[in-house]
Design a protein around this ligand. Structure first.
Ligand code: COA
Length: 314
């Protein structure tokens, strides 16, 4: 069952310039530059609900808690992507070539093949076609408005409970928007739920190592060699990477779960602390002329009384 050819996936260039030349291909040559990538996450919406007034007394505003503020770009991006999925704008589906393959799936596989051919220009096109349309391989496709904009072709070795990622790409105009991460999360969730896999292995090009590390892949291979040795071909110039799948975790939901946990924790802290309440600043100094000094009544400092009271209560 040893494969005749290397299954390397890879990209070239730094994360910033990622040129997308997949130099995991057998004959690596010059790396053509990829078209410019889409401009970040500019159209992300604020789904965090930050800045909502929670009704604190005394005219004090309650800004987003530090925990909410620190939720970070990753969570925000995932929330943005999840919303797109819920709205039906994008979806991720696993398809497989077969004699009975429905025409839509065939079209999707064809479109995915074209994306791979473009994004992995050093990979022989015949090789891509052969594996995408191979009955042992499956592809997780990313679809937006019925158009495929990315995907991943992989092979499951059910007996050994691992999967091998063969090709993975997102169309140039959709890159750097989190779709690659979301695709990987759907792939992991599918692998656990439908295939009962425990690990993913891939031969990553050196330039793609950063991407895979961010997806939880490590250079250390913990899976017993007997399980994968001889099934995926050794490859010079690529790095074998592994990702162990966590069955306690929902890869497509975990940002939502983390957000809920943070909100809960934050709510508990708010019960015992008033540190989240921000009072308006002192107006006193605004009314003074330059060089003028006037005593401030301590009692007039917003929040001071409440702070004394809460200290006495403790
Ligand atoms: N090297 C290092 N880091 C990379 C990277 C690379 N080649 N590609 C993406 N990343 C980082 C991103 O900066 C981002 O980091 P962040 O989470 O800290 O913001 C993270 O990985 C995920 O990026 P995301 O926007 O989800 O990925 P994407 O939609 O741009 O898709 C690829 C990533 C690799 C699939 C896409 O760039 C691509 O199709 N490349 C060409 C084909 C290719 O090289 N495929 C081989 C697999 S890497």
């Amino acid at each position: 069952r040893r494969r005749a050819m290397t299954m390397a996936v890879g990209s070239a260039g730094s994360p910033g310039s990622r040129s997308g030349a997949g130099n995991g291909a057998p004959e690596t040559s010059g790396k053509p530059a990829r078209p410019d990538t889409a401009g970040g996450h500019g159209d992300q919406k604020d789904l965090s609900g930050n800045g909502k007034d929670n009704g604190a007394a005394g005219g004090a505003s309650v800004p987003a808690s530090p925990a909410q503020q620190r939720q970070g770009a990753y969570v925000e991006r995932e929330a943005w992507l999840t919303k797109q999925e819920l709205d039906g704008d994008i979806r991720f589906e696993c398809v497989k070539y077969s004699d009975e393959c429905n025409p839509t799936h065939l079209e999707w596989l064809l479109a995915l093949k074209n994306i791979f051919a473009r994004q992995l220009p050093n990979m022989p096109k015949e090789y891509i076609v052969r594996l995408v349309f191979d009955k042992h391989h499956r592809s997780m496709v990313a679809v937006k408005k019925d158009k495929v904009f990315g995907g991943c072709t992989f092979r499951c070795f059910e007996g050994q409970e691992f999967g091998e990622i063969v090709f993975l790409a997102i169309a140039a105009q959709e890159q750097v928007r989190g779709y690659g991460t979301r695709l990987m999360n759907h792939l992991k969730e599918y692998a656990k739920r439908d295939e009962k896999l425990t690990h993913f292995l891939t031969y990553a090009d050196n330039n793609a190592i950063g991407y895979f590390q961010k997806q939880g892949f490590t250079r250390e291979i913990f899976l017993e060699r007997e399980k994968w040795g001889g099934f995926i071909k050794d490859y010079d110039g690529g790095t074998l990477m592994e990702c162990a799948l966590n069955y306690c975790l929902s890869y497509t939901q975990f940002t939502k779960i983390i957000k809920r946990q943070r909100e809960f924790l934050d709510a508990q802290v708010r019960k015992i602390s008033k540190s989240h309440v921000v009072y308006p600043g002192l107006e006193h100094f605004k009314r003074l002329k330059p060089g003028e000094y006037k005593r401030v009544e301590v009692e007039s400092i917003p929040g001071l009384q409440e702070a004394r009271q809460s200290k006495r209560d403790r």
